[in-house]
Write a protein that binds this ligand. Structure first.
Ligand code: NAI
Length: 464
């Protein structure tokens, strides 16, 4: 006999899990959400998206105050970094938002179960020894930082993104392993706060998955800001000698070896699903070779009644993808039609400039053998960018050569993370480049660059 029973028990209160729990409750299902961390919100709110964006904002202001304001005729003297205050503000932002989710749970009637959840079978979850009966179970346990063989993360000198969010001081020399989203964002934070930052990336380009042309431009801009790149270099080991760390590098193409010295290493080589201790094997829930929970098109695992969403199932490891899956699975469990359009999931790197994209890259289209047209517009020719002194970057729109349907939008520039929403809406509605081009955009705005790129698809941009 179960101690307590629910229609749905969600394991994990990250963006996938907490959104799923709220949507389940909205749909009239008696819902519980199990979380082992003291606060709700998962990695995103506690040690990921939110604290990193708080530090990106603070560090950008610091960098501006240290020099960039001069260009605007604003003279600032005696600028100092108060890192503890910056960290305290970040922690307050996190506290407010995680507390906000607890409030949303209360408002929606979601029962919060504190503890570690383990699946007993398709109808029960064990939470620290208490058996909870569940009509349906949703696994939303997220992901954690991966590391390289033989390199242990101590969160002091060799840190993951978690440690990189609370270093006690800016290291003199920081080496970031991995030129992906985390490496570029946290590398930017510490460069702005005074560190010499080098990014070691195994591929010959940064930000894999991003449109190659945009990624190339992005690297040039970050390079001009002072971030160093060692592309095509593989880290084979890290050795501590006294206060210094020595990173052994090998050319990814084979051959050349090198050693670089630094004070701190940020390991940002990707994330792996968190599924240990969940009792998956015992319950018969199948996983793939990399530990992702196997699901079908309706988020169902190999055990009837058990579903999985978010980072632990693979695909894009993005909070908003997990949220959308959380909503979709809640609707499926409640007997509605839940659906996620994986072709329109935007991605944003919150550096300065921001890099944002949705849909296909030019490399994807070439690989598909698609017949497409490209429209480009440089931020240099955008009047708002001029007034802000933020002229780096471009917009690139890819459209089907026959139908003009928008297939991909890539924005490198200020406000890209906001402007990409327009492209996502357009793509959801099956817009053509001409639809985007004929939509009136306010002047002067960064988003006019999106319109101009859409015009450029048909060779009729006005401002270049
Ligand atoms: P990532 O997968 O984006 O990038 C990892 C990078 O490390 C790749 O470029 C890879 O080629 C490189 N790499 C792998 N092994 C290496 C080696 N031995 N030596 C040198 N380089 C190596 O992973 P990242 O940046 O750790 O982020 C993890 C996840 O979190 C990603 O899925 C990312 O999308 C997500 N994320 C999203 C953010 C956002 O939406 N703004 C911010 C931060 C993370």
């Amino acid at each position: 006999m179960a101690d307590r029973d629910f229609d749905v028990v969600v394991i994990g209160a990250g963006p996938g899990g907490y959104v799923c729990a709220i949507r389940c409750a909205q749909l009239g299902l008696r819902t519980a959400c199990v979380e082992k961390r003291g606060t709700l919100g998962g990695a995103c709110l506690n040690i990921g998206c939110i604290p990193s964006k708080a530090l990106l904002q603070s560090s950008e202001l610091y960098e501006q105050a240290r020099g960039h304001l001069d260009r605007h005729g604003v003279k600032v003297a005696g600028v100092e970094l108060d890192l503890p205050a910056m960290m305290a503000r970040k922690d307050k932002v996190v506290d407010t938002l995680t507390g906000g989710i607890a409030g949303l749970f209360r408002k929606n009637g979601v029962t919060r179960l504190s503890g570690t959840g383990r699946i007993v079978d398709g109808g029960a979850v064990d939470v620290d020894g208490e058996r909870i009966a569940a009509g349906g179970i949703v696994i939303a346990t997220g992901s954690e930082a991966a590391t390289l063989p033989g390199i242990a993360i101590d969160e002091k000198r060799i840190v993951s993104s978690t440690g990189a969010l609370s270093l006690p001081e800016a290291p003199e020399r920081l080496v970031v392993i991995g030129g992906g989203f985390i490496g570029l964002e946290m590398g930017s934070v510490w460069r702005r706060l005074g560190s010499r930052v080098a990014v070691v990336e195994i591929l010959d380009r940064i930000a894999p998955g991003m449109d190659g042309e945009i990624a190339g431009e992005f690297r040039k801009i970050l390079g001009r800001q002072g971030m160093e790149f060692r592309l095509g270099a593989k880290v084979t080991g890290v050795e501590a000698s006294g206060k210094e760390l020595a990173l052994a590098l090998e050319s990814a193409a084979g051959g050349g070896e090198d050693v670089i010295a630094c004070d701190t290493v940020l390991m940002a080589v990707g994330r792996r699903p968190c599924t240990e201790g969940l009792g998956l094997a015992e319950a018969g829930v199948e996983t793939d070779g990399r530990g992702h929970v196997g699901i079908d098109g309706r988020f169902a695992t190999s055990v009837p009644g058990v579903y999985a969403i978010g980072d632990c199932v693979g695909g894009a490891m993005l909070a908003h993808k997990a949220e959308d899956e959380g909503i979709a699975v809640a609707e499926i469990i409640a007997g509605h039609a839940g659906h996620v359009n994986y072709g329109v999931i935007p991605g944003v790197v919150y550096t300065n400039p921001e890099a944002a994209s949705v849909g296909k890259t030019e490399e994807d289209l070439r690989a598909d053998g698609a017949d497409y047209r490209v429209g480009r517009f440089p931020m240099l020719a955008n009047s708002r960018a001029r007034t802000y002194d933020r002229t780096g970057g471009m917009v690139k729109i890819l459209a089907d050569a026959g139908t003009d349907r928008v297939l991909g939008v890539h924005i490198l520039g200020s406000g890209a993370g906001e402007s990409i929403a327009e492209a996502a809406v357009a793509m959801e509605f099956g817009a053509s480049a001409e639809d985007m081009a004929r939509t009136c955009h306010a002047h002067p705005t960064f988003s006019e660059a999106v319109r101009e790129a859409a015009l450029a698809v048909a060779g009729r941009a006005i401002h270049v």
